[in-house]
Design a protein around this ligand. Sequence first.
Ligand SMILES: Cc1cc2nc3c(=O)[nH]c(=O)nc-3n(C[C@H](O)[C@H](O)[C@H](O)COP(=O)(O)O)c2cc1C
Length: 341
Amino acid sequence: MFSFANLSIPLIQAPMAGGITTPALVSEVSNAGGLGSFGFAYSSPETIGHDLKLAQSLTQGPINANFFIFPSAELPDSKTIGQVIELLQELTPDIDFVVPKPPFCPDLETQLEPVWQLQPAVLSFHFGIPPEWVMQRARALSITIGITATSLEEALKIEQAGASFIVAQGIEAGGHRGTFEIDSPDERLSTFDLLHQLVKRCTIPVVAAGGIMNGRDIRKALDLGASAVQMGSAFLCCPESGASSEYKALLLDENPRPSIFTKGFSGRWARGIENTFTRHMDAKSTLPFPIQNTLTGQLRQAAARSHNAEHQSLWAGSAFYKARTLTVGELMKALQIEFVS
Ligand SMILES: Cc1cc2nc3c(=O)[nH]c(=O)nc-3n(C[C@H](O)[C@H](O)[C@H](O)COP(=O)(O)O)c2cc1C
């Protein structure tokens, strides 16, 4: 059974959906004594099975498989859809956008089939609590469950649902903000403020996520009561990461751009490096999540093919400019040294 006490460094490499968390990245983190995580939110069961099996052949260490709890979404009227497509076509007149058709998100039950078969040590969820049958099945197989919270209220619900740990995601964190409801009031607490609130009130382990980039930050989080940290941006520039070279170049830019929140790519708030797309979509309406994500996928895939960073989602936390280009093994060693010294 997974235990934070068995990690040689109290670190979860964050799950990062969209091809970043390759089997090499995940297995190298686990080989170095951390918990490597796959971001499988948009992956097919075939990819999930393939990547999990491959990573398990590359490490004896624990692996985490992460999924989104997608809300049900309905297509708005054709006028609204037309307006959003028009906005996107102002950026990419060549793309003949196809209106997404239901189902608008992957089916969690089929995505989880390879998970039950291959039984990674940990299963984690973002955007809410999975259905009770998932909690029960995981428990029966001794798979540990972790769930993201962005507030004390969400954390208490997670504890009540019987999860084993909470990922406390502060406002500094890169990627999608894991609030349960898309447009609920958001206190936007910093990682350490949220951590402080959660360790006072929750009885299960709390993992700090957001803006943690080096071993000293890990030490600080542990001193404040965290059982571990979850780090995403710090791993983006490793050669094992699946981030595109143009994405890595902007992360490492000597004059870093700001990281900002945008709803433009997916219909949900997410933090990433500012680019032409985020500026164009600023304060504009979007289709509901995840329909907007599917729609803009056509533009993002074209941008990836032409290596155009201005139309790609460049998810990154507020401290992304501290990311290092080390291999996963070297980064884990450096973090370990900084953490203990
Ligand atoms: C590129 C990227 C993709 C992400 N995708 C996911 C995801 O699929 N699932 C998830 O739970 N969190 C995801 N996150 C959020 C991370 O779990 C974590 O909260 C965040 O990376 C912490 O902030 P940091 O980037 O400053 O370390 C993502 C973060 C980034 C940077």
